[in-house]
Each structure stands twice: as C-alpha cells, then as structure tokens.
Design a protein around this ligand. Structure first.
Ligand code: COA
Ligand code: MG
Length: 297
C-alpha cells in the first residue's frame, strides 16, 4: 500500500468525520486517542464504528483507527468496538518496541477471526517515537515484526514530554532539535530497512501552507513517502508534493533508458552530471512510486 496524505480526524466529531470523507486524503485516521476527551471515549468508539460501517467502499480512501496505547485499559475496548467495521488499519501510538506491534498483531488475528475477516487484512501504522524507550529499541524491528506493519511514522510532541523537554525546537531557527532529528532519522532508516512506508511527521501550524509544502519536499528528499495531516486543507498540498512531477518522470525515464540501452554500462554522463548505479536505482524508485500512486485512483 502507498498513501500520501494521512488525515487525523477526532473520532467524536460528526462534523469532522463528514468533512474527512469529502477530503482528498488517501487515508483518514479516525482518532480515539489524544484528540478525544476522556469522557467522550465511549461515544467516540460508537461513532467510529458507525463511520467505518457506513463507508465500506474504501477504493478512494482508506480508513485507519488510532487506538489508545496498548498499556492502557482503553486499547482492547477500542479494538473490540471498531473491528466490526473492518478498518483498513490500526494506528498504534506511544510504542515502546516492536514487541507491542506484534502483540497488537495477535489481537487482530483473534478479532479478525471473530468478525469473519480475512486473516492479515488489518494493517498497522505505528507512531514509532513517542516514548523515551522507543529511541533505544528501533533494532527490535529488525529482529522480526508482523507483516501487518505497513507504515511507520514519528512524532515530536509526545516525545518532548517523554524526554522532559520544554520545547522540541531550536528557538533561533524553528527547526527540530537533536533528539527529535535523531527520532526522525531512526524512523526513516528502520522503515526502509524492514521495507515499510516511512511517513513524515505532522506540520502543526495548519494555516502555514507554504511551510507545509516546503516540509513535504524536505521529507520527500530525505526518503519519506507521504505525511500525516491534522487539517483538511493540508491534504491537497501533501498529495501534490508527494506525487512525482512530469519533469521528474521525464528525467527518470531518460536515466533508465540510458542504462537499459546498454546493459554493460556502469557509469555515464547526462547533462554534464555523472550517473551510476545509485542514480539508476533512484530513477527506478521514482517510476515505481508514480505507478503505485497512479494505482490509488
Ligand atoms: N478532520 C476533518 N475536518 C476537520 C478537521 C479534521 N482534522 N479539522 C478541521 N476540520 C473541519 C472543521 O470542522 C471545519 O468544518 P466546518 O466549517 O464544517 O465546521 C473546517 O474543517 C475548518 O476548520 P478550522 O476552523 O480551520 O479549524 P478548527 O479551528 O475548527 O480546528 C483543529 C482546528 C486543530 C482543532 C482541528 O483541525 C482538528 O481537530 N485537527 C485534528 C486534531 C487531531 O486529530 N489531533 C491528533 C493527532 S496529532
Ligand atoms: Mg499524541
């Protein structure tokens, strides 16, 4: 699966749930965690289940559900409530290591059996950097993680609280400080190492469209595919930024053609620039990404 925009929608807001359905977001993450007040959790579970059931056709837009952290009593109640709606995936917050992803995968096996859903149908997006421990356990994903894990993203807000930081940004330039940049890099490297989709972090200032676009392009240059969103206006910008442009496609095809015309070629010059195997790989990646995005429609 490939998805560019992943829009969080508070699970207890009828208005926002309706608005999400009309939005170009590739995925909605119906939220039962931080955007829902404690007293509203039971209501939110019912509303999310109803939304899932009312939107059984997921060809244009997939529906994930963010449950509460696995070490809370709410997590199993969340799962039991929403699985009858056959969500495409579960978003797991405040993960400490791959062991929790695997525990969730086991719960999903049982609940899919209960609901008569195909085994393995429910995928997982984990928010991999929201606890202090999570920064020290990325290697556990390489020791074997459930194939349900489809995507991995990171977050700087809960992590700041977990690390005892009063801020996660450098006041001089507004950029993330070191522990947060490390979290970002570890998330990217781990996701790529285990071949799941690395999804970029949310751009919190949802009125700053130029900043969002720049952030998307920076994420894309780094290797992320897609981005988490919190406001409907962000999704079109994200979709555009993560879709290879016609110029990029033309260039990638030229690179691939050059090498394919002459299989003995190891390195070559194009427009005054040296190209070798990593560039061929990048060009092929771009064409493959474009194909997957095209398949979304
Ligand atoms: N999903 C769907 N619809 C949303 C939305 C979202 N995430 N955020 C806002 N909207 C809707 C609003 O309801 C409003 O619709 P309306 O005019 O029909 O009432 C419209 O989009 C414009 O919203 P706006 O007034 O610009 O924003 P706001 O001040 O109402 O809300 C937030 C700002 C941040 C509270 C809101 O965007 C939000 O709830 N975001 C999600 C938060 C979240 O899930 N956080 C957890 C993950 S980090
Ligand atoms: Mg949070």
């Amino acid at each position: 699966m490939i998805a560019r925009s992943w829009l969080f929608v508070p699970g207890d807001s009828e208005r926002k749930l309706a608005k999400g359905s009309d939005n170009p977001a590739d995925v909605l993450i119906l939220d039962l965690e931080d955007s829902v007040a404690h007293e509203r959790q039971a209501v939110a579970r019912e509303m999310v289940r109803a939304h899932l059931k009312a939107h059984a056709d997921r060809t244009r837009q997939q529906l994930y559900v963010r449950i509460n952290p696995l070490d809370t009593d709410a997590a199993l109640l969340d799962l039991a409530a929403v699985m009858p709606g056959a969500p495409d995936g579960i978003c797991l917050p405040k993960v400490k290591s791959a062991a929790e992803v695997n525990t969730l995968a086991n719960y999903l096996c049982a609940l899919e059996a209960r609901e008569g859903l195909p085994q393995g149908a429910t995928r997982i997006l984990c928010v991999a950097t929201e606890t202090a421990a999570s920064l020290l356990t990325f290697h556990t994903y390489l020791d074997g993680v459930s194939p349900r894990l489809a995507a991995m993203t990171w977050g700087g807000e809960d992590l700041a609280a977990a690390l005892g930081a009063s801020d996660n940004r450098n006041p001089a330039n507004g950029e993330y400080d070191h522990p947060f940049l490390m979290a970002k890099s570890l998330c990217l490297a781990t996701a790529r190492a285990i071949d799941v989709q690395p999804v970029g972090v949310v751009h919190l200032n949802f009125r700053d469209h130029a900043g969002l676009e720049a952030d998307c392009l920076r994420d894309r240059r780094a290797g992320f595919i897609g981005k988490v969103a919190i406001h409907p206006d962000q999704c079109e910008i994200i979709n555009r930024a993560f879709t290879p442009s016609p110029e990029e496609m033309v260039h990638a095809r030229r690179v691939v053609d050059l090498f394919e015309k002459d299989p003995g070629l190891g390195t070559v010059g194009l427009d005054g620039v040296m190209l070798d195997m990593p560039h061929l790989k990048q060009a092929r990646n771009l064409l493959a990404l474009a194909e997957k995005i095209h398949a979304l429609r």
